[in-house]
Design a protein around this ligand. Sequence first.
Ligand SMILES: [Zn+2]
Length: 578
Amino acid sequence: MLKKLFCLTLISVFFLPSLALAKTKQSITLLLYNGKVFSADEKGTIYEAVAVDGEKIVAVGNSKDLRAKYKAKQAIDLKGKFVTPGFNDAHIHFGSVGTALLRVDLNGSKTLAEAKRRIAEKIKELPKGAWVLGRGWDHTLWNNKLPTRADLDDIAPDNPVFLQRVDGHISWSNSLAFKLANITKDTKAPEGGEIVYDKNGEPEGVLKETAQGLVGRVVPKTTQAEFAKGLELALEEAKKFGLTSVQSGGDFGAIPLYQKLLEQDKLTVRAAIWQNFETPVETLKKQRSDFQALKLNPSHLKLGILKGYMDGTLGSRTAAMLEPFSDDPKNKGIPRRPAEEMIKMIVERDAAGFQMGLHAIGDRANRIALDGFEMAKNKRPKEKTETVKLGGNVAQTTSTLYVYDKRHRIEHAQVVAPSDFNRFAELGVIASMQPTHAITDKRWAPARLGEYRSLGAYAWNTFMSNKVHIAFGTDAPVEPLNTYLTLYAAVSRQDISGNPTNGWLPQEKLSMEDAIRNYTYESAFAEFSEKEKGTIEVGKYADLVVHSKDLLTIPHKEVLNTRPTHTIFNGKIIYEMK
Ligand SMILES: [Zn+2]
């Protein structure tokens, strides 16, 4: 009897497929089909379709199967369009992206005159006495001549000015700002900083590294209202570039604002907010437990790395080098603090269970960070043996109660000594890198580094062949938040005008597949989230980007003109190209 029934069922399915399937079609919220869906999984699998229900991906496969299986509230015929996971910026200052959108933007000012024009425009909008704030100037575009306060005094006699260089490591102010900050001939620079003087020994207007704080401390703090407005602008910007996750520095104080956006269902990126490495360990622990007490959904808002600084930047010649700069033979840069002190802090924070991300540009800075991580690793207890009573019998078990998978990171990892690449892999240290830095810095990096050291600079391919995890980001607002510019830089190593022809140090170019994976899966790995996002696989959050062009087949130049036609976050379409 049973057998008969079974046969009957088989026959009916066989002869009445449409009826049978219509009955069994599963309801889902979103189906994308007829596309080229690059999963960014380990093998780089490409599918035609992806099915989403609620927040998550429920199926991937070919269009015919998925359309037969699912009944979607919204189904989109992609007509061959290219789809990737949403991008994850592993190193961004998201709040500053927002506030920068409210201030003077000097990015790309090709001459001092152009910068002055933009500043003067802003001053027209401001009342007398109000601070003029902004960033983005770059003296390497101005014949390498640092600007002075005299350059600002004629256009800003009544408004104090504080403008940071594109890298945030040098500031430029006018005489009024120096007066308010009480900076005179006799002012001494704090440790790790420098005041630039003119030939008469007067402060000339420029402050480097920690000396920026001399003026910085008298600048009025960004108000909560300004910051909130900025964050909303930054979220709009992120949508337009398919950015669905941010790992953000400088936003610890803004957690209540992020929390509010999350509660209002307006936080359209998953955010990992960094703590400050410099904060005393006990305070860091307190911050961590206070945050946990908020009981927020960590897939949307969580704490990320402790961000610390080993050195400055190459552009400002404040990166800590093993040997002097090739174009400044007496200068080896400025380490933030003595190596022993730094290493001690690293070990202490590792033992307290924190993941660290240390800004290191120069080869010396990178080496000290690696030394610190190595020391921390060696000091961890190897394993813990426990004696457990099991039903009267005494058994010994060995368990690992400590998280060894710390995934410490070096932020930027720009110039690395040849013998140190391998150490990243051995210590499991992630290189958190920003491809756009390479195409900006190539104008002067070879002069700073010389030919030999340049070989270890922005060396993505060398890292990858050494089996080092690389996470990609932008460091915005230092570089634009533009995700396509990042991909373009990674695959071409050319500036936006296409120079040099074959790319700077072309052996370090990446394939588009690797560039996308570093910007999605590897960035997720760098924040311990690779199991829930970063690829297009069943069970992961549906953070997806449909692109206007097929990134895998177009010429490099065309990558710059690609944009999302749809950005999907947490299963919802949050942006559609008009
Ligand atoms: Zn940064």
